[in-house]
Each structure stands twice: as structure tokens, then as C-alpha cells.
Design a protein around this ligand. Structure first.
Ligand SMILES: Nc1ncnc2c1ncn2[C@@H]1O[C@H](COP(=O)(O)OP(=O)(O)O)[C@@H](O)[C@H]1O
Ligand SMILES: [Mg+2]
Length: 263
């Protein structure tokens, strides 16, 4: 795989994370260049969610470094020493990263439109009229222009997840993180969410996507990373990692995914 020029938007080096005495991430390296889509595949428990949470400081890493757009995540260097950032500074870093979860996590008491305008108004201070105008555009982009006034309970899982994507985009993030965004959906609703994600990818959104949708990864990813047991087992172009995996663990995992997909 040829490396794009320039500094990666996300650069992770030797990232370690422990929960108590259990080492969950054992030295993860990753580069994500601006405009790239990176898909993270791997069995349950391999550390995919933990790694995503480290990228946006929902977890604090025990060793290694992560940079997003040149800034160290959660840390600052002063006088040759590293200091942990204050919570307010961590919150500021996190604003620039959109995250979409398996469970859509919409505010149940707010309409689709209100869910999308909430953070831009409260956190970024965007004027109300402008936030509403942008939110309408975003809901249209995810195919929900006619659902702006509906509450989450009035929407299907696929529609709720598309609102969640619009809500994340409303903060104009530099980077979008997706953690198994379709795995809580009924099978017939998966396609509409993946279609929105394909469009985002085509528009040049930088995305890190944890997914079991092997076909999506094969078609959309610039880079596929296969994780198991807290390490990157294999990474590269989808044609290599999915089409012609080198490692036995990758082959076993893909065979199981294909089998489940056709079951
Ligand atoms: N907050 C936590 N406390 C203790 N263990 C955790 C916590 N979060 C995750 N783990 C453990 O870390 C490992 C990796 O979990 P996770 O990152 O969720 O994997 P994946 O997303 O690949 O399924 C699992 O063994 C899980 O039980
Ligand atoms: Mg997970």
C-alpha cells in the first residue's frame, strides 16, 4: 500500500491500556491520513472499542502516544515533560472528534432536529438560526429531512442511527469514529446506515470504523486493520488483508464472518 504524503491526522504509537491487571491494548500503532477510511476488524474482546475510546480521551492510555491533527491526545509537553491536560482542555480536544456508537444514544426527550442542534448551540455557541439551518441540511444529507420533528421513539433504529450521525457531523469534526454502528440494527436497516457512511467516505470525511461488515470494509476502506488480543495482527489495503490475508488468525476470523453473514 502506498503511503499518502504528509503528517497523518491520527497517529498512534505503541499505545498500551490496562484495566486493573489486564493489559487490553499491547502496543497499537496506527496512521490515519486526512480523507482516509480505516476499518478496524477483529473478534469481540480484542480491544477495538477501547482503542477508539483512547483516540478521543474517553480512556486514558498507560503508555505510548496518540496525536490527532498534530496535538497529543490528553497530554501537553511543557518544559520537556508531559503533563495530563485539564478536563476542560480534554473536552476541547474531544469536540473535534465525532463518535457514533452501537446504541444510538440520542436524547430521548429531544426531537431529531433538537438532538442535532444541541451541541453546536450549547458547546460551540453557534447562533440558533444558523444551527437550525445547518441541522436541516444535515438531516437532509442522511435522508431524514421529513423526520426533523420526530422523537427517537418514533424512529426506526436505522433512522435513529442516521440522526446520531447527523448529530456528530453538526460539530464539524476533523475525524469521525464509528463503533459497530450497525450491529444493533435489524438486518434490513443496516444498508441505509452503511449508505450514509459510504457517502461520507466519498465526500472525504476522515473515518475510523469498527465494523463486522466485511463487504463495507472491502469496498470503502483505504486501510483495514485486523486486531486480536490487543495487538494489530495485520494491516494494509483491503485487497490484501481481506482478499489475501497473510495471518492465520485473520483467515479464521474472516471465514467465521462470511459464514455468519450467510447463515
Ligand atoms: N471499563 C473496563 N473495565 C475493565 N475491563 C474492560 C473495560 N472495558 C473493556 N474491558 C475489557 O477489555 C477487553 C477489550 O474490550 P473492548 O475494547 O470492548 O473489545 P472489542 O471492542 O474489540 O470487543 C475485554 O476483555 C473487555 O472485557
Ligand atoms: Mg467493541
Amino acid at each position: 500500500m502506498s503511503e499518502p504524503p504528509g503528517t497523518p491526522l491520527v497517529k498512534a504509537r505503541n499505545v498500551h491500556k490496562n484495566f486493573g491487571h489486564v493489559e487490553v491494548l499491547k502496543g497499537i500503532d496506527l496512521d490515519v491520513h486526512a480523507g482516509q477510511v480505516v476499518c478496524l476488524l477483529g473478534p469481540s474482546g480484542s480491544g477495538k472499542t477501547t482503542f477508539l475510546r483512547c483516540i478521543n480521551s474517553l480512556e486514558r492510555i498507560d503508555a505510548g502516544r496518540i496525536w490527532v491533527d498534530g496535538d497529543l491526545v490528553g497530554l501537553a509537553e511543557r518544559g520537556g515533560r508531559l503533563h495530563r491536560l485539564k478536563d476542560t482542555e480534554i473536552a476541547r480536544q474531544r469536540r473535534d472528534i465525532g463518535m457514533v456508537f452501537q446504541r444510538f444514544n440520542l436524547f430521548p426527550h429531544l426531537s431529531a432536529l433538537e438532538n442535532v442542534v444541541e451541541a453546536p448551540i450549547r458547546v460551540r455557541g453557534v447562533p440558533k438560526a444558523e444551527a437550525h439551518r445547518r441541522a436541516h441540511d444535515l438531516l437532509e444529507r442522511v435522508g431524514l429531512a421529513d423526520r426533523a420533528q420526530n422523537y427517537p421513539a418514533q424512529l426506526s433504529g436505522g433512522q435513529q442511527q442516521r440522526v446520531a450521525i447527523a448529530r456528530a457531523l453538526a460539530m464539524q469534526p476533523k475525524l469521525m469514529l464509528f463503533d459497530e454502528p450497525t450491529s444493533a440494527l435489524d438486518p434490513e436497516l443496516v444498508g441505509e446506515v452503511l449508505a450514509v457512511m459510504r457517502e461520507l467516505a466519498a465526500d472525504g470525511t476522515t473515518m475510523v470504523v469498527v465494523t463486522h461488515e466485511v463487504a463495507f470494509a472491502r469496498d470503502v476502506a483505504d486501510q483495514v486493520v485486523f486486531m486480536d488480543g490487543g495487538v494489530v495482527v495485520e494491516h494494509g489495503a483491503p485487497a490484501d488483508v481481506i482478499g489475501n490475508p497473510r495471518e492465520e488468525r485473520t483467515r479464521t476470523f474472516l471465514a467465521r464472518m462470511l459464514h455468519e453473514g450467510s447463515a
